[in-house]
Design a protein around this ligand. Sequence first.
Ligand code: HEM
Length: 215
Amino acid sequence: MSLEAAIHVTRPSKRDAYLDWTQMLSGAVLILFMWSHMILVSSVVIGPGAMNALAYFFEATYMAQAGGPIIFLIFLLHFLLAARKIPFRSDGVKIAVGHARMLNHRDTWLWLVQVITALVILVLGAIHMWVVLTDLPITAAKSAARMQKAPWFLFYLILLPMVEMHVSVGFYRIGVKWGFITSGNRDKAKKFEYTLFGIFMFIGIITLIRFVTLG
Ligand code: HEM
């Protein structure tokens, strides 16, 4: 049986429904984490003292030491659950791109955006978490020293838009998939998705500039 035929005859089971729920819940947890993370890191814009005080709080309460690895595990779980649907073989990729072209609908292309950003985030996000969590305590001076090295600056310049795109599109797709976004409010939801992306990109860029200009 060809891969295309197999895709059409496979019936989703109850287990698939549980896995889909877990994928969505782990994605929602990561979205909330990323929004909080960006706001916490951007405290450096107020001043290095503000960032250091927040970092101290998260370490003194062991939230960084325990929360960091937990986020890392949720991150891996979310990827593994989503990977069930990613076509890794070239014939699967051809079918997915063919379907996106045939349907010619923005939301189908958005799924491909999610796959590509996910693969970049998997590698860069894992490196980032390892580097930060194996070099505790977090301080504004250490983060700034990292950001002021060209390869790390480039690293964050790639990771930031990938994460913000994945988070904003993911939030929109959760809404479509679970029925909060309908054809009636889809245009508003799209605007919200773009606004969300714009706001967090703005916060991220301002934070990057603050780090590289920190003495
Ligand atoms: C596990 C817990 C995490 C901790 C403790 C953490 C901590 C930090 C810190 C301290 C910085 C400042 C830069 C540096 O020191 O290198 C930073 C920046 C950043 N982190 Fe994380 N991070 C975590 C997880 C993640 C994850 C899962 C992602 C996305 C995959 C992520 C994406 C980013 C991005 C894009 C920036 C740059 C922000 C900007 O534009 O200013 N982080 N993080």
